[in-house]
Design a protein around this ligand. Structure first.
Ligand code: SF4
Length: 372
């Protein structure tokens, strides 16, 4: 079943590390939302079947009203039925969470909330230029936990400048005390064209080094495993029954439709991405001019994508469907990583070992076939 992604390109503030597409001006909000509904209607023929999941990401979807979110969901339901067990996720910033907003989200069908906590330390939140405070993070989690949702999750960031394993341990201890059923733990990366990049380039910030980040990554895995959370993807940990369905579909190569500025779509053979500019997106949708680019993947690119995403999961990647060509071309590489104990073979699947999880991207790219 295909997934549906809505990119809501607005935020209260610009976080220093963020390179997603968003605007802190709401000037174009009405236009962009109308264009998103139109885009979805116009692409209805691309959908075959029932929505298996819907995901509101961004940006900050929780800054929309429940009515605005509901109109997008109505459009989704008009285009294709939403499966009875579909996961409908809303990314929310803690400062947008109240008992009333949660009730309103539930009433339009939101079944899962993903909270952008990032840190429980006030000084870290200020440094990141987050719009919420530490007290709001705790309060939001308490409200979400008792809202009666099917599931919920929080995001935390490690690998921050000056972070120690002890600080990361403290963050995880606090999160676990809240009883979260799922956690996404992301390592801070310095992306071009971000405020953080400028701070690093001018020497104002000394980023964490690889050893520090690896130590925190490994500590997190051990601590979360001891608490019963399964690392089902490099950055994602969940209790049984709480693995993210929408993201898992991405990693398993299921088709998805992405609606909104900068949103990506994939139908199994073609990848498409919308322009990352709110005005140009709305102009394009309104005037019927192209506001996206697309490429058809070669067989090898499709295989490489399966390897890259599959290897990051605990299920690994099945060798048989990748074909004879892949297996022959990679015989030596696979043997090399098996010998290093960075890969293991289980039931015909290549799976990263705990050691290999530190090198997931490098191992995947060593297995890539030429693009053709
Ligand atoms: S709230 Fe999220 S999308 Fe918006 S700037 Fe911060 S990290 Fe980026």
């Amino acid at each position: 079943m295909p997934g549906l992604y809505f990119h809501i390109p607005f935020c209260h503030k610009a976080c220093t590390y963020c390179d997603f597409h968003f605007s802190t001006s709401l000037r174009t909000k009405e236009r962009v939302l109308a264009a998103m509904r139109k885009e979805l209607r116009e692409r209805s023929l691309e959908i075959n079947g029932t929505w298996g999941s819907v995901y509101f990401g961004g940006g900050t979807p929780s800054l929309l009203t429940a009515q605005e979110l509901g109109l997008l969901l109505d459009e989704a339901r008009a285009v294709a039925p939403v499966d009875g067990g579909a996961e409908i996720t809303l990314e929310a910033n803690p400062d947008d969470v109240t008992a009333e907003s949660l009730e309103a989200w539930r009433s339009i069908g939101i079944s899962r909330v993903s909270l952008g906590i990032q840190s429980f330390r006030e000084e870290r939140l200020r440094w990141m230029n987050r719009s919420h405070h530490a007290a709001q993070a705790h309060r939001a989690i308490e409200l979400v936990a008792k809202a009666g949702l099917d599931s919920w999750t929080i995001d935390l960031i490690y690998g921050l400048p000056g972070m120690t394993v002890a600080e990361w341990d403290e963050q995880l201890t606090i999160a676990l005390a809240h009883g979260m059923p799922h956690l996404s733990a992301y390592c801070l990366t310095v992306e071009p064209r971000t405020a953080l990049h400028k701070q690093v380039a001018t020497g104002r910030i000394l980023p964490a080094n690889d050893n520090e980040q690896t130590a925190e990554f490994e500590h997190g895995i051990a601590k979360l495993a001891a608490a019963g959370l399964v690392q089902y993807e490099i950055s994602n940990f969940g209790r049984e029954g709480h693995f993210a369905k929408h993201n898992t579909s991405y990693w398993q190569g299921v088709a998805y439709l992405g609606i909104g500025p900068s949103a990506h779509s994939f139908n199994g053979t073609k990848r498409r991405w919308n322009v990352a500019n709110n005005v140009r997106y709305a102009d394009g949708v309104e005037q019927g001019t192209a506001y996206w680019e697309e490429e058809t993947l070669t067989d090898n690119q499709r295989i490489n994508e399966r390897v890259l995403t599959g290897l990051r999961t605990m299920w690994g990647v099945a060798l048989e469907p990748l074909g004879e060509g892949f297996r022959k071309a990679n015989e030596a590489v696979v043997q090399h990583y098996l010998a290093l104990e960075e890969l293991e073979m289980r039931d015909g699947r290549l799976i990263l070992t705990p050691k290999g999880k530190n090198f997931a991207d490098r191992i995947a790219s060593d297995l890539f076939l030429p693009a053709e």
